[in-house]
Design a protein. Structure first.
Length: 139
């Protein structure tokens, strides 16, 4: 009685073929499209953190300045002993809230969406629009 099975050589050949095919397909989708700030939430959903430590050619984000709702500049803690230029975190599909100004434009980051705006004042108005009022059940 002979047992039918795959040999080790046949399994290695199949793995090599699958690896070559995946290398030909995946990098085209990842590298050919540059990441813009308004696409970060989709990439990190539902949970994830994006750190910009230095210039990265696959990310369209140069000279970032991050502001809070009162237009105070936000600085980020170091990550692996390196200065962080920009950090965006998504937890359970809800992201951080702030304003990002970079050479590519001005973006507002609010929970549930990222939107490009024309000015810092417009961004500040939108960011403050839906904040809880004093005396509400949010404390």
């Amino acid at each position: 009685m002979r047992i039918k099975s795959f040999t080790l050589i046949e399994l290695i050949v199949v793995i090599v073929i699958l690896s070559i095919v995946s290398l030909l397909i995946l990098p085209k989708n990842i590298i050919s499209t540059k990441i813009t700030p308004d696409k970060l939430r989709d990439i990190l959903s539902p949970n994830g953190v994006f750190y910009l430590i230095d210039k990265n050619e696959s990310i369209l984000l140069t000279n970032p300045i991050v502001y809070d709702k009162d237009l105070n500049i936000i600085t980020f803690k170091k990550y692996k002993n390196k200065d962080v230029l920009f950090k965006y975190e998504v937890r359970d599909n809800i992201g951080d809230s702030y304003i990002l100004k970079c050479d590519e434009g001005i973006y507002i980051f609010k929970p549930f969406y990222i939107k490009e705006v024309n000015s810092l004042q417009e961004a500040q108005k939108i960011l403050n629009q839906y904040l809880p009022k004093e005396g509400s059940y949010y404390k």
